[in-house]
Design a binder for this molecule. Structure first.
Ligand code: NAP
Length: 285
């Protein structure tokens, strides 16, 4: 199986490279903005032509949620228009697509986990551009798999775990939002889920939710990070109204994972266990 990974230097891209590279039956071609800029429509077709890819895993995205409120055109270019270019080329060259989306497509007004069939209603530019990306992909390549995930973190890149560990070195006390509820998800676990899908021999198109198990607020997440790393730092819980950000995030964005568990038989780790694995890997870096 020959797989093109876009955005291969991002959190998920790196985790996927790590996960897939040990399998002798899988050949990966990792690319990033310097080698395959997905907003360059003219570049994508020739990249796919005659290359014999079976699957594209699109890990490339504009992920700066707050900055997107200002850089809305750039966010739309990467999260929506470029997904259309990929989809057009994938359809032409008969390559299947696995695409990643987000819990931020939802409003957060629910008080039960969101199913794939629930009506999305994003409050942020990031969420809106990701939702529109889902739409164009489904329109051009209805055979695609879209995985919605949440609160992604890993040993690399920009994420909450690394930000908390950095801030703990710089400040004696942190204020962290306690009224946004979701699920921290280790990029390695999402990479494992994608690997299971690829190896299942079963391609079921459509949207699937995937996050780690359990629920947390950002405050709970921060407390767990400091507990497991033995840092004695004061963390004060604050509400979203006390901690203003440019983008409005959903207050509740837990995703229901029943569909992916049923279809692909996944056993999903509990977020605390995955956080401990990530923190232990960080010690080795
Ligand atoms: N991070 C989260 O908390 C989170 C939550 C829910 C869903 N997701 C989704 O999960 C997926 C993976 O997220 P992630 O956290 O791994 O993202 P990430 O770490 O921000 O990585 C994104 C990658 O995309 C690349 N990229 C940006 N513009 C590109 C372009 N025009 N052409 C090619 N590559 C480009 C970036 O490369 P450069 O650095 O060179 O620009 C970067 O390597 C994304 O679809 C994201 O929307 C993420």
């Amino acid at each position: 199986m020959k797989i093109l990974i876009t955005g291969a230097h991002g959190q998920l891209g790196r985790a996927l490279q790590h996960r897939l590279s040990d399998d002798p039956d899988i050949q990966i071609v990792p690319t990033d903005s310097d080698t395959l800029d997905i907003t360059d429509r003219e570049a994508i077709g020739p990249f796919l032509a005659g290359a014999g890819f079976d699957v594209i895993i699109n890990c490339a995205a504009y992920t700066a949620v707050d900055l997107a409120e200002k850089q809305d055109l750039l966010a739309a270019r990467i999260n929506t228009e470029a997904v259309r270019y990929l989809a057009e080329a994938a359809r032409k060259h008969r390559v299947r697509v696995i695409h990643i989306s987000t819990d931020y497509v939802f409003s957060g007004d629910n008080c039960r986990p969101y199913a794939e069939s629930d009506e999305p209603y994003p409050h942020s530019i990031y969420g809106r551009t990701k939702l529109e990306g889902e739409g164009v992909l489904t329109a051009f390549c209805p055979d695609s798999i879209i995985l919605r995930t949440s609160w992604l973190y890993s040993e690399h890149g920009n994420n909450f775990v690394l930000t908390m560990l950095r801030l703990a070195e710089e400040k004696p006390e942190l204020r962290v939002v306690c009224d946004q509820i979701g699920t921290p998800t280790y990029a390695g676990d999402l990479a494992d889920a994608i690997y299971t899908i690829l190896k299942s021999g079963k391609w079921v198109s459509g949207i699937f939710n995937f996050t780690d198990e359990g629920v947390a607020s950002w405050y709970d997440f921060a407390k767990a990070i400091f507990y497991y790393t033995g840092r004695d730092i004061k963390v004060t819980p604050v509400s979203s109204s006390e901690y203003r950000t440019a983008a409005t995030r959903p207050l509740y964005s837990v995703l229901n994972k029943a569909k992916i568990k049923r279809v692909y038989g996944l056993e999903i780790p509990y977020w605390h266990d995955s956080l401990r694995r990530c923190l232990s890997n960080l010690k080795k870096i």
